[in-house]
Ligand binder design. Structure first.
Ligand SMILES: Cc1cc2nc3c(=O)[nH]c(=O)nc-3n(C[C@H](O)[C@H](O)[C@H](O)COP(=O)(O)OP(=O)(O)OC[C@H]3O[C@@H](n4cnc5c(N)ncnc54)[C@H](O)[C@@H]3O)c2cc1C
Length: 382
């Protein structure tokens, strides 16, 4: 057993950490306040190949492994959780399925622009009536000559208001339940009949857009279908396994920021004539945060390692996402407590960490669904 990162992984982590400290963190509070899409930060991330980390270089990506993806996601999210989720969706939910299920031609056309960061991707699965139960989706894709006609509305889609491309799940055969679902890749900017609906006001991750995607008799060409009709549900489940590694990493980054800010504050703030870091009640909070975040990071690196080795990782990704997001939430709540009244005030970043952490327990499968996935695997003997 070797807990050492490779020289390349360390180099990637250190490079992304430097970039995040100097070019991302200083803008995080303003991005949260203004809800502005961080286009200039994403352009720099694209140059560093952070928007298609594990995509082969021939398709515009960084040609790195998933462990490097985790390390980079942690550093970006530690600086700005909104930038973290934009990066995670682009990598895990857009690039992964096009890479895994697309033909060479589809990868050239739909993967290269997004993996290189010239364009942005999103992932349309959730609908108003289909969240934890996506097989209940209503969006349809009906054959029209060589191509497809899309109708329906997707809800809560990260990057949906700014994305150029979307990996979209739709029903191609009604009455067949999950076996009637297929995956499409859609050029949103060139699709007549597509429009962006409501852009949501949220509790946190405010610089990442969360939007409705509306398809009204929208035409998609023949090459929009990924794989075969009816394979969409299985493709979606596999895509979300990798996505959960990304969200676990985002959560760890947010939790680390909460711990670092709480630690720095506790060493500075004096009450009763000494730094509050000398009170055992505060020390225990810091110790619990550090312990849980280290455990979360090990779980997440294990899941990424298994993915890199092409071994099963569904259960491990669900464990990582669930534990990391619960740990990040606890770290942020306790972080607010360590700062006392100042923790509740906008001037300090702690209340933002708390608002940002909460979503990691909800998206890409709620933590109730994560426990269901873990238990199902256990019962199957996996
Ligand atoms: C900011 C944000 C960004 C998002 N980005 C995307 C995106 O990019 N693409 C996309 O497709 N979706 C996205 N989503 C959707 C997200 O994945 C869903 O909101 C999430 O999966 C939960 O679905 P729901 O909101 O419909 O809740 P519901 O499924 O209605 O769940 C409500 C509650 O019931 C519980 N519950 C449901 N079923 C069970 C069960 N079987 N057992 C136990 N408890 C259960 C849930 O855990 C939850 O606590 C995003 C959501 C948000 C808020």
């Amino acid at each position: 057993m070797d807990f050492q990162l490779t020289e390349e992984q360390k180099m990637v982590r250190d490079m992304v950490r430097r970039f995040a400290e100097t070019e991302v963190k200083p803008f995080a509070a303003e991005l949260d306040r203004t809800h502005r899409h961080p286009a200039e930060i994403l352009a720099q991330m694209a140059e560093m190949k952070l928007l298609g980390i594990a995509v082969p270089e021939e398709y515009g990506g960084g040609g790195m492994d998933n462990v490097s993806y985790v390390l980079s996601m942690i550093e970006i999210s530690r600086a700005c959780a909104s930038c973290g989720v934009i990066m995670s969706v682009n990598n895990s939910l857009y690039c992964f399925p096009v890479m895994a299920y697309g033909t060479h031609e589809q990868k050239q056309k739909y993967l290269e622009p997004v993996a290189s960061g010239r364009s942005l991707g999103c992932y349309g699965l959730t609908e108003a009536g289909a969240g934890s139960d996506p097989a209940n989706m209503r969006t349809t894709a009906v054959r029209d000559g060589d191509g497809w006609i899309l109708n329906g509305e997707k809800k809560f889609i990260t990057n949906g208001n700014v994305a150029d491309y979307c990996v979209l799940a739709a029903v191609t055969e009604k009455g067949k339940g999950y076996k009637g679902i297929s995956t499409f890749v859609v050029n949103l900017k060139e699709t007549k009949g597509f429009s962006v609906g409501v852009v949501e006001e949220k509790m946190g991750i405010n610089a990442s857009g969360t939007a409705e995607l509306i398809f009204e008799d929208a035409h998609a060409p023949a090459d929009a279908l990924l794989g075969q009709p009816g394979e969409g549900f299985r493709q979606m489940l596999t895509t979300l396994d990798g996505g959960r590694i990304g969200i676990a990493s985002q959560a760890i980054g947010i939790g680390r920021a909460a711990l670092e800010d709480a630690l720095a504050y506790a060493k500075e703030r004096e009450q009763f004539g000494k730094p509050i870091a000398e009170f055992q009640a505060i020390q225990w909070k810091l110790a619990d945060m550090a312990m849980e975040l280290d455990a979360a990071e090990l779980l997440t690196l294990r899941a990424a390692y298994l993915e890199d080795k092409h071994l099963p990782y569904e259960k491990e990704a669900a464990m990582a996402k669930c534990f990391a997001s619960d740990s990040a939430m606890r770290a942020a709540v306790e972080g607010v407590q360590v700062l006392g009244g100042y923790g509740y005030i906008r001037e300090y970043p702690m209340e933002r960490h708390m608002r940002d952490a909460k979503i990691t327990q909800i998206y890409e499968g709620t933590n109730e669904i994560m426990r269901l996935v873990i238990a199902r695997n256990l019962i199957k003997g996996k």
